[in-house]
Design a protein around this ligand. Structure first.
Ligand SMILES: Cc1cc2nc3c(=O)[nH]c(=O)nc-3n(C[C@H](O)[C@H](O)[C@H](O)COP(=O)(O)OP(=O)(O)OC[C@H]3O[C@@H](n4cnc5c(N)ncnc54)[C@H](O)[C@@H]3O)c2cc1C
Ligand SMILES: *[C@@H]1O[C@H](CO)[C@@H](O)[C@H](O)[C@H]1NC(C)=O
Ligand SMILES: *[C@@H]1O[C@H](CO)[C@@H](O)[C@H](O)[C@H]1NC(C)=O
Ligand SMILES: *[C@@H]1O[C@H](CO)[C@@H](O)[C@H](O)[C@H]1NC(C)=O
Ligand SMILES: *[C@@H]1O[C@H](CO)[C@@H](O)[C@H](O)[C@H]1NC(C)=O
Ligand SMILES: *[C@@H]1O[C@H](CO)[C@@H](O)[C@H](O)[C@H]1NC(C)=O
Ligand SMILES: *[C@@H]1O[C@H](CO)[C@@H](O)[C@H](O)[C@H]1NC(C)=O
Length: 503
């Protein structure tokens, strides 16, 4: 956990405040330290700030606990001395790109604008398969799993149009006649499902996961495309959002190394208290903290949030997606981008990605495995040495004729335990109905607004979800600041039944 106390930057921020002329005409001196506090410097926070800036509002401060902007776009140098490469600990893909001049994923637009280096990620063609006996071709089982998933989203959207009460994707799979039993059937389902949602079909809403898939990947349903680009940029995927921030941020508008502990909201202000006791007041605040942070009281609200808000926060799920990186002296594995490993235990080190490939990180000797959901939580409680031993063991199973050498480097991030995230991204469970989500997004009073990936009804979990929510919260607050209409978002005081779903 980073608890670094803010230093130089705070003085700069205060100086900026003192000197900063409000961009809108004010007859009396400003009542508070700043006009808008943007809490969190990830995609949602940066785009909310850009939205305010575009509306002529430059009196804002982004408050961020870490020592850089980007949030869950987070990279690191990995590898043995003299042989390091940048790898992505968090977001890595632009998911859904663009077809022709159809709607573009805004993250793709930013990637082009800032010259990001990406590689086409081929989930279904560039893949080989293994099980507990070594290399075994079960690509037809994989093709079936892809089909089964499509059937799931079709029936999920149309069984009883707009009147269906939600159930889990496990119910959905069973109703479309898909009941995986063998390790190969389980791992291919995992690849198509858990590897995207970071939780199991049992833990996931049938309806919401289907529309989430459609709105990102299905062009006929308003999606961007079914393609995925993997960032291989050695400045890190975060470069696109950091470079975008630099196009408009001025000194004093960013406070790094500043961890928020409490958010005190009233009818005329929001006051935050940082870990070192410093307080900053504002007319408005937009929190972009992850759902996991909101759920775990890492930041306290005073007064406590109303029950309808707390119920919404606690009822959506924060899933975990964990990439585990290994580096070896020499590459000894597959030449495809992906490999599946079918263990008898569903979810045990199922997906492997090689980076030592032309167009990716050739010569790097880096391969990584992904685990998700409860399995991520399990390994976070183990030591690095224990997890490394398990992975080497799986590699030995996949490659029975090879003596697996000792890795030259090993690393995995613990997103679930990190008090700045408490997981990797949100997932929509079956017991979470549309009015809950309305309440999750809603402002509390006129001063306190909520943004971030989880607030996106269509794109929860994704970078582009955070992006669109940043614009939305920025516009709503700008409208209040500029004295135009200051309309609250709707909320439902008492959710009494699961009404039809409206997207
Ligand atoms: C492992 C992983 C893989 C992913 N893969 C993809 C992918 O391939 N494609 C995709 O589209 N999306 C992916 N995502 C999801 C994507 O990263 C997120 O949806 C998006 O980055 C969220 O942005 P945000 O602004 O809503 O939240 P964040 O990025 O979490 O921003 C919130 C900020 O608040 C800060 N903060 C938290 N607590 C405090 C505090 N108390 N005080 C001050 N600051 C605080 C955090 O440090 C953070 O910078 C992935 C995420 C993870 C973790
Ligand atoms: C908190 O940190 C900032 C920056 O280092 C400093 O200016 C401020 O005085 C600190 N506040 C307290 C109460 O220590
Ligand atoms: C934040 O903290 C880090 C690590 O302690 C330090 O290197 C960096 O200079 C600080 N950044 C700012 C802007 O205060
Ligand atoms: C998907 O649905 C079609 C049409 O009902 C059916 O023919 C096909 O077998 C289904 N696929 C799977 C894998 O269940
Ligand atoms: C998803 O798209 C399919 C078409 O591929 C459609 O039949 C279905 O109704 C959609 N589901 C939802 C929940 O929007
Ligand atoms: C805001 O004002 C309303 C009525 O004017 C009051 O009921 C409410 O408690 C106030 N909220 C806060 C956070 O002070
Ligand atoms: C591994 O060795 C066995 C026995 O020598 C042999 O039959 C098999 O083809 C080998 N497998 C690979 C992948 O080389």
């Amino acid at each position: 956990m980073r608890r670094t106390v803010l230093k130089i930057c705070f003085a700069a921020a205060i100086a900026g405040l003192a000197l900063g002329v409000p961009s809108h005409p004010a007859k009396s001196p400003p009542k508070h330290d700043t006009t808008v506090l943007i809490l969190g410097g990830g995609v949602a926070g940066i785009i909310a700030a850009r939205t305010l800036h575009k509306q002529g509002i430059d009196r804002f401060i982004i408050v961020e606990a870490r020592d850089e902007l980007g949030g869950r776009m987070r990279s690191t140098r990995f590898g043995a001395e003299g042989r390091r490469a940048t790898v992505e600990l968090g977001a890595n893909w632009i998911q859904g790109t663009q077809v022709g001049d159809g709607p573009a994923n805004p993250i793709l637009t930013l990637a082009k604008k800032h010259g990001l280096k990406t590689a086409e990620s081929d989930f279904y063609e560039s893949i080989v398969t293994y099980d507990e006996t070594g290399a075994v071709d079960y690509l037809t089982t994989l093709a079936n799993a892809v089909d089964a998933y499509t059937n799931l989203t079709v029936v999920g959207g149309g069984r009883v149009p707009k009147k269906q009460v939600d159930t889990t994707c496990r119910t959905g799979y069973s109703l479309v006649g898909v009941k995986p039993k063998t390790p190969q059937e389980m791992v291919t389902e995992y690849y198509v499902f858990d590897w995207e949602y970071a939780q199991t079909p049992e833990q996931t809403s049938w309806i919401a996961s289907s529309w989430a898939n459609n709105f990102t990947f299905d062009v006929d349903q308003g999606g961007f495309s079914d393609e995925n680009l993997l960032s291989v940029d050695q400045r890190g995927f975060k470069h696109l959002i950091q470079a975008e921030a630099q196009t408009f941020l001025k000194p004093g508008q960013t406070l790094l190394n500043a961890t928020v502990r409490t958010i005190t909201h009233s009818n005329d202000s929001v006051v935050i208290t940082l870990a070192n006791g410093t307080t900053i007041s504002a007319d408005y605040a937009i929190t972009t903290f992850s759902l996991g942070v909101l759920q775990n009281d890492d930041v306290l609200f005073e007064p406590a949030l109303p029950i309808w808000k707390q119920e919404a926060i606690q009822s959506m799920s924060m899933a975990t997606y964990t990439k585990i990186f290994l580096q070896f002296e020499d590459k000894f594995w597959f030449d495809t981008q992906f490999a599946l490993y079918a263990d008898t235990e569903r979810g045990r080190y199922p997906v492997w990605q090689g980076l030592d490939l032309e167009g990716f990180l050739p010569g790097s000797g880096i391969i990584f495995a992904t685990v998700t959901g409860d399995y991520s939580e399990r390994i976070e409680s183990l030591s690095d040495a224990q997890v490394q031993a398990e992975l080497v063991d799986v590699l030995a199973t996949m490659f029975p004729n090879i003596t697996i050498p000792t890795p030259t480097a090993f690393l995995f991030p613990r997103w679930f335990s990190d008090p700045l995230y408490r997981g990797s991204y949100s997932n929509w469970p079956a017991s979470f109905v549309s009015p809950h989500h309305t309440n999750l997004r809603a402002n509390v009073g006129k001063r306190l607004w909520f943004s971030g990936e989880a607030m996106s009804q269509r794109y929860f979990g994704f970078l582009h979800g955070a992006y669109f929510e940043g614009i939305d919260a920025g516009e709503k607050v700008a409208s209040c600041v500029l004295g135009k209409s200051c309309k609250s978002l709707p909320f439902v005081e008492l959710i009494s039944n699961a009404n039809p779903y409206i997207v």
